[in-house]
Ligand binder design. Structure first.
Ligand SMILES: [Zn+2]
Ligand SMILES: [Zn+2]
Length: 414
């Protein structure tokens, strides 16, 4: 087998891997780097198929770009992944246009992708030419999968983004993947373990109770896909009004139309029905009028309704903000965490309310990654999707794994 790493190496963003079995040519993920809109290296167009592991734009964001460049073959993913991808792809076009970025595809290309989609279920191996391809549950967000390819030229498993432990929202990944020669693994959190999720939840509820009892408002910036839903479920028993604003509302309804793609659809339905979903500006005014919790996008504060709430509440010491996810270097959220100043390119503010960071990660952590590698025991271990992959590869070589951390553009023969 021959692999070429088209993107997502020694970085988190624009994930994409080209696989040539000698007979078939596949692409696994074709994402974008969200800040600047960079796309992966272009693969050849005579592909036997493209697989999207999950809807997040760093994995799905440039698949329509393949169709814009003339690809007319199939794209494979789970139903939830396709459905949520379409929402995120349309939104990314809008955001790119607003920011004056060059666009690698149009709405028409998203529709062309739609016409060439082929749904795959978990644990249902499909024969594609002389290869067999199977999707396994990755536990990351609804619909998220790992891709397993077996051919005469060898076997591989690509984790996409993966989380092994179960939460109220998602069942953990399927770690019984059998033997594979090559394991290509995300390694976002190769350098640390996550704090106990129940402790984080307790802390978040304490911050909210304290703020609301003092008449304040807690702003919870959250990613539309995954985090918004998990936070909604965590807050279902609090006594104060809950507002949801931004794309998280639509994302929640899309997920509810795929109830088998996550753990607790009944609980999520109850939670979103209990919350006030904001659709117009006057409702935003109402949300900031009394003690409340506001779950809103963007998760890294780059845009979306969160800037309105910051502008309204910046001077109020009785309010609070809880950042609930990883803040990528260079984003408005990261700058706010590091300097206390909010600047999204359109407005600046110096919030006087406290800002907390609780990392409810949807990725697995260091110990669980290493446990998984020991279990699979691959002949070759390839680390992608992380900022510290060379260091991690070196550590893993010390543990006896044949581990590498390729750069974008590198090839590998297995
Ligand atoms: Zn992801
Ligand atoms: Zn990712």
């Amino acid at each position: 087998m021959e692999l070429k790493f088209l993107g997502g190496c020694q970085e988190v963003g624009k994930s994409s891997i080209f696989v040539n079995t000698g007979k078939e040519k596949f692409v696994m993920d074709h994402g974008i780097e969200v800040q600047e809109g960079h796309s992966p290296i272009q693969p050849p167009m005579d592909l036997s198929g493209v697989f999207i592991t999950h809807a997040h734009l760093d994995h799905s964001g440039f698949v329509p770009g393949l169709y814009s460049r003339g690809y007319r073959g199939r794209t494979f993913a789970t139903p939830a992944t396709f459905d949520i991808s379409h929402m995120l792809l349309e939104d990314s076009l809008k955001v790119q246009k607003k920011r004056g970025m060059t666009q690698g595809f149009t709405s028409q290309d998203i529709r062309t992708m739609g016409r060439n989609e082929k749904i795959m279920a978990f644990n249902d191996p499909q024969e594609m030419g002389s290869s067999t391809v199977e999707l396994l549950s990755a536990g990351h967000i609804p619909g998220a999968s790992m891709v397993k390819i077996e051919s005469r030229a060898g076997s591989l498993l690509y984790t996409g983004d993966v989380k092994f432990i179960s939460t109220d929202f998602m069942f953990g990944a399927d770690s019984d993947v059998g033997h594979v020669q090559t394991l290509i693994s995300e390694s976002t959190y190769s350098y640390k373990n996550h704090p106990d999720r129940n402790e984080l939840k307790k802390k978040m509820l304490e911050i909210i109770e304290d703020t609301c009892h003092n008449g304040g408002i807690t702003i919870l910036p959250a990613f539309a896909v995954g985090r918004t839903q998990e936070i909604l479920m965590m807050l279902k028993d609090i006594q104060f009004p809950i507002y949801v604003d931004g794309m998280g509302i639509r994302a929640t309804h899309r997920m509810l139309s795929h109830p088998k793609s996550f753990r607790n659809p009944g609980m999520l339905r109850e939670a979103i029905e209990r919350a006030h979903c904001i659709r117009k500006q006057p409702e935003r005014k109402e949300a900031v009028s009394g003690p409340a919790v506001i779950i809103t996008t963007a998760g890294m504060l780059q845009g979306g309704p969160v800037s309105f709430y910051i502008s309204q509440l910046a001077k109020r010491k009785d309010c609070s903000m809880v950042l609930t996810g990883y803040q990528v270097e260079g984003t408005a959220g990261r700058t706010l965490m590091d300097t206390g100043i909010y600047d999204n390119g359109e407005m600046t503010a110096n919030p006087e309310f406290p800002i907390h960071f609780l990392d409810f990660s949807a990725h697995t952590d260091r110990d669980h990654l290493i446990d998984f590698y020991k279990k699979v025991n691959p002949e070759k271990l390839v680390l992608v999707h992380g900022d510290r992959t060379p260091e991690f590869a070196e550590e893993l070589r010390g543990m006896g794994f044949d581990a590498i951390a390729p750069k974008n553009g590198d090839s590998l023969k297995t």
